[in-house]
Design a protein around this ligand. Structure first.
Ligand code: ADP
Ligand code: MG
Length: 433
């Protein structure tokens, strides 16, 4: 085995020091036709496997006359000092979905800003807003919008769309295979780089480092960069500051959960695209009773249609929709009572539960009461008049009014919205306790 090493050393000293020197030979396999070589880590093992297996087999044959197959194993997985432990096999090519266009995107107050920003970037790539950072909750159209930019430009410019995970996997694979030249060539020569879901860069320092350089290179060449995430840059966790400040330097646009009208329009559009007919009352039912996640809503439309076909139902009626989607509806409002909400809010606002339903005009208590009313409406099965009575409001229209101004604040005040999102999460996880 030393002879093999010597021979490889004489061929390439640098690679020898990096990869070959540290290999060990498994004595048990000597002079057999199955040669086992131990590498100190997976990184080296893969490299040697790819680039040296054949060579080693050749030299081995020259020396011993034995035709052997070569197995390369790692001695100790813990030695891996790369981020390579959790490499997912998800290296599927990143493609633009042709249906995700500006035309098929329904615009409403909730997404107007992000839509206009994306459109403007598509019309003047690299000129207006760089980078464009779009953020918002799950299933609200971030991928649709960023891909619409790609679809708009792909015929005349070199567009790359990847998720941050794919970027990371590709980066790691190229490091392993020592093909970083190729990686640089690919990412630094595009005109438009679209990176989806950058929240997954969290804690991946080497990937962030690499992306930082990619970003700067493109930015300096005035190439367009677009990013999406589930939260604004300043809320991204474990992101190196210099990357954060790059993300913040361009235009930041949010997508809010759609208003009822927008949701109805989107449902109609999806029905049209899928060749499904739903009567208005069913559409309204779906829009009001399901979550704001459009992807989920789309799934439900498809499910409704499939069930109808399966059961030989010719018209999808409101009753049929209620029956079919039953389990998805009650999900949200099960088990949560007004009392649960009052208790949670009291704790969060540091007041007594009785103060929430009192007549106090203390600012903190009023804020707590408003939040509780909003959450009661969102999470309990109580009717508006029942909520009015419980919180000591005049009538149901007072509740509607309170919720309307609450929604307005949600839309205008981002920090406020995030705080309420956190509360909502707390309620939902409480439910599971
Ligand atoms: P996100 O990336 O924000 O999680 P997606 O972009 O994947 O969400 O959107 C989920 C689904 O909802 C997609 O099929 C998308 O086409 C659809 N969708 C979301 N918002 C809209 C909209 N405003 N108009 C039309 N379709 C939408
Ligand atoms: Mg997405």
């Amino acid at each position: 085995f030393d002879k093999i090493k010597q021979k490889l050393k004489s061929e390439n000293q640098v690679n020898y020091n990096k990869f070959i020197k540290k290999l060990e030979f498994d004595e048990d396999s000597s002079n057999s036709n199955h040669l086992v070589i131990k590498a100190p880590n997976i990184f080296i093992a893969n490299y040697v496997k790819r680039n040296y297996s054949k060579k080693i087999a050749e030299i081995y044959k020259e020396e011993t006359g034995i035709e052997a197959n070569i197995e390369i194993i790692t001695k100790d997985i813990k030695h891996i000092n790369y981020e390579s432990e959790n490499i997912s096999t998800n290296t599927s090519p990143s493609i633009l979905i042709p249906e995700y266009t500006f035309e098929s995107f329904i615009v409403g107050p909730s997404n107007q800003f992000a839509y206009s920003a994306a459109k403007s970037v598509a019309e003047n790539p690299g000129k207006n807003y760089n980078p464009l950072f779009i953020y918002g909750g799950v299933g609200l159209g971030k991928t649709h919008l960023i891909q619409a930019i790609g679809n708009y430009l792909k015929n005349r410019l070199n567009v790359i769309y990847v998720t941050s995970e794919q970027f990371m996997n590709e980066f790691r694979e190229n490091v392993r295979n020592q093909t970083m030249d190729r990686f640089h060539e690919k990412y630094r020569s595009c005109d438009v780089l679209l990176i989806d879901d950058v929240q997954f860069f969290a804690g991946k320092e080497q990937t962030q480092e690499e992306f930082f350089h990619t970003f700067n290179e493109l930015y300096n060449q005035k190439k367009q960069i677009c990013l999406t995430a589930d939260r604004p840059p300043k809320k991204l966790q474990d992101l190196v500051d210099r990357l954060r400040s790059r993300f913040e330097a361009g235009l930041i646009a949010d997508i809010q959960p759609p208003e009822l009208e927008t949701k109805i329009e989107i449902i109609k559009k999806k029905c049209e695209l899928n060749g499904i007919y739903l009567p208005d009352d069913v559409i309204e039912f779906i829009a009001t009773k399901l979550d704001d996640n459009i992807r989920e809503i789309e799934g439900m439309i498809v499910k409704l249609n499939a069930m109808a076909k399966l059961l030989g139902v010719s018209d999808i009626t409101l009753d049929f929709a209620k029956q079919t989607l039953k389990e998805h509806i009650k999900d949200k409002k099960e088990n949560i009572t007004l009392q649960d909400i009052i208790e949670l809010i009291a704790k969060e606002f540091n007041i007594k539960p009785s103060e929430i339903i009192s007549k106090s005009r203390n600012k903190n208590i009023v804020a707590a009461r408003r939040t509780a009313i909003y959450l009661a409406r969102e999470f309990t099965k109580e009717s508006t008049p029942a909520i009015a009575k419980y919180f000591g409001l005049k009538d149901h229209s007072a509740v509607s009014h309170a919720i309307k101004s609450f929604n307005k604040k949600l839309k205008e005040d981002n920090d406020f919205r995030i705080k309420i999102e956190e509360l909502k999460n707390k309620i939902q996880t409480r439910k599971g306790e």
